[in-house]
Write a protein of this length. Structure first.
Length: 285
């Protein structure tokens, strides 16, 4: 789980972005920029000046075409708004009109969408209008929830049928502001913010804050991490004989660990399991 301070920093970042990244519901006419590429399922409103019978609202078919009066079937997928206006004007001027003035309005963006799921406030599918980055989409999704872990996974499908998972470190993205982590998104991307999972461990004895602690399961739950979360050793801690009690198959098992050796690099850190009880003895002076 990310800390409250990190969430606060993230909120500030999203507020700074809000002027540059309007939510899709507010973008409306302002978002009719030339970056958006028309595709299947988009809903277009087409109007021709002083020719009301040519005004039509039509949805792009799966094969990327639309059917228009006089012009018949027209391929529109792969064009932006201005390119389509110019193409339709040329077609009309060729056989029907002089100086045709065509306006295309993208009423619904359906072909260029990104899915956002997991530990965000408003999971769902969002329109990808123009060049949008990871932070901008997270802003539209209301930002991260308090259950967010330490990373974001972006699943991307490629034209050849392959896919890849891009791992984004949340601290690098929102605390350090590392630009390379604020990646531009592509149509069809799935942005997943995994919900952090925890396990309970109990630490007693010569530590500064004894009691139950919750440890992340996305990273190894080690003995040193548990002691650190419990406030660290007291001055009277006996580091050479830390006792761990564990239940396995209904039986109680005692494990003695020399933390001095771990701190000295002479042995690896000990990995804990859920509900382990760690007891740090008092040193004998």
């Amino acid at each position: 789980m990310i800390s409250d301070s990190k969430i606060a920093l993230f909120t500030v970042a999203l507020l700074l972005l809000s002027a540059a990244a309007l939510p899709a519901t507010q973008a409306g006419a302002q978002a009719q920029d030339t970056d958006y590429i028309i595709g299947s399922k988009d809903l277009l409103t087409i109007s021709v000046f002083e020719v009301p019978e040519l005004n039509i609202t039509v949805r792009v078919s799966e094969d990327g075409t639309i059917a228009l009066p006089l012009l018949g079937i027209v391929k529109v997928a792969g064009l932006n708004r201005l390119q389509l206006e110019q193409d339709l004007a040329r077609r009309l001027e060729k056989s029907y009109l002089k100086n045709a003035q065509v306006t295309v309005f993208i009423k619904e963006y359906q072909s260029q969408r990104v899915s956002v799921m997991g530990a965000v406030k408003n999971a769902g599918t969002y329109e990808l209008i123009g060049r949008m980055t990871l932070l901008q989409i997270l802003s539209q999704a209301g930002g991260l929830s308090g259950e967010a872990g330490d990373r974001i996974v972006v699943i991307r499908q490629y034209a050849d049928g392959t896919s890849a998972s891009l791992i984004i470190d949340i601290e690098e993205l929102m605390v350090k502001g590392t630009a390379k982590f604020n990646i531009p998104l592509q149509a069809g991307d799935i942005v997943n913010v995994p919900v952090e999972r925890f396990m309970d461990v109990f630490v007693f004895g010569q530590v500064n804050n004894p009691g139950q602690i919750k440890m992340k399961m996305t990273t190894p739950a080690t003995l040193l991490r548990a002691i650190a979360q419990a406030g660290g050793f007291t001055e009277r801690a006996r580091k050479g004989a830390v006792l761990i009690t564990r239940r396995e198959d209904g039986k109680e098992k005692k494990i003695k660990v020399n933390v001095k050796q771990i701190l000295g690099g002479r042995r690896p850190d000990f990995e804990l399991q859920a509900n382990d009880v760690v007891y740090v003895k008092e040193s004998v002076l």
